[in-house]
Ligand binder design. Structure first.
Ligand SMILES: Cc1cc2nc3c(=O)[nH]c(=O)nc-3n(C[C@H](O)[C@H](O)[C@H](O)COP(=O)(O)OP(=O)(O)OC[C@H]3O[C@@H](n4cnc5c(N)ncnc54)[C@H](O)[C@@H]3O)c2cc1C
Length: 300
């Protein structure tokens, strides 16, 4: 069966969105195709009239440093992210999460935009971006004009595997504030070694220490899958920032808060809910301790 009729390689966002509007819901964006091709082949998505490839759009496959921000185009691959010195330095959780996506062949073509647009709560790159409090750039075509705006990352998720983009909208990029002095981020995950596409659990944290280097001044913690959409454990973040010092008791309390807030499920191919509950403790302890140790070395 033919899974698509036409394949387009637009050079601009405007051209890409005008193609999508022309096909009026009968076309799909494609980037690396590592999620989409399987969805089409296995019939999770019916055949379409056209695929609109976003990887040749000017600017979409670049990483830029813009003042306090690191800006990453939607068509940037996980391989680009994991090897970029600016992302490794200022957004380690994202570099670490991209570095474990699939194997090298997957990472060489799979993009961060596809990872987010696919909208799975376990997607590694999405977890990395979420802990960095990243924003997503959504471009909208109205008439002949395109406007692009930055939105909170969480605002585009509608449910498992569903984003809320309209037919005249696409993702153009992501940005996050560079980690500064006394600040660091870290990511860790557990998955079956056979390389099933998604992990059992991924956890990322970004922490800022106070000037005494003993208290957490700011915390952002993302865990997935822990609900229908990508998830931040605001309860654990509050426990950490309210604790008088960062110590074992604070870590234990943060773990208990994260476990209580997470909505875990048993997946028959991956893990039980109970196992994931235990893994929150293991992974969160690891990433918190690692982020704090790195933050202590980031003093200027
Ligand atoms: C063997 C294998 C292993 C994998 N391992 C992992 C893993 O360990 N961790 C993990 O998180 N994922 C994993 N994946 C899933 C996948 O590789 C990633 O989610 C990847 O980042 C998807 O990016 P892509 O460019 O291939 O997306 P595509 O498949 O091209 O697109 C995915 C979805 O996003 C839409 N889309 C793409 N770009 C845009 C855009 N700019 N604007 C709007 N919509 C857009 C497409 O229409 C489609 O619905 C694996 C996949 C395979 C095949």
């Amino acid at each position: 069966m033919t899974l698509w009729q036409e394949y387009h390689l637009p050079a601009t966002v405007n051209e890409a969105l005008s193609l999508m509007q022309r096909y009026d819901g009968q076309a799909l964006f494609v980037a690396g195709g590592t999620d989409l091709m399987l969805d089409l082949e296995y019939g999770n998505h019916p055949p379409v009239a056209a695929l609109v490839d976003v990887t040749k759009i000017a600017g979409l496959n670049e990483i830029q440093e813009e003042g306090d921000w690191i800006v990453i185009g939607a068509a940037v691959t996980h391989a680009q992210i994991e090897s970029d010195s600016r992302v490794r330095r200022y957004g380690a959780a994202l570099a670490e999460s991209s570095s474990v996506v699939g194997g090298p062949q997957v990472r060489n073509v799979a993009t961060i935009g596809g990872n987010v647009a696919h909208a799975l709560p376990a997607a590694d790159g999405t977890i990395g971006l979420l802990t960095l409090d990243a924003q997503v750039q959504v471009c909208t075509r109205t008439g002949d004009d395109v406007t692009c705006e930055w939105r909170p990352l969480l605002s585009i998720f509608a449910g498992p595997g569903r984003n809320n983009l309209a037919v005249n909208q696409m993702l153009a990029g992501f940005r996050f504030r560079k980690t500064g002095p006394r600040e660091a981020s870290a990511f860790d995950r557990i998955m079956r070694p056979q390389g099933v596409a998604l992990p059992i659990l991924g956890v990322a944290a970004r922490l800022t220490l106070d000037e005494s280097l003993t208290r957490i001044a700011n915390a952002a913690i993302a865990i997935g899958p822990a609900g229908p959409i990508p998830f931040r454990t605001t309860e654990a973040e509050a426990v950490l920032t309210q604790a008088p010092r960062f110590d074992e008791a604070a870590v234990d309390a943060a773990i208990a808060a994260a476990q209580a807030q997470a909505r875990l499920r048993t997946s028959k191919h991956r893990a039980t809910k109970e196992y994931r509950h235990e893994m929150i403790a293991v992974l969160l302890r690891r990433v918190l301790n690692r982020a704090v140790e790195t933050a202590k070395t980031n003093v200027e």
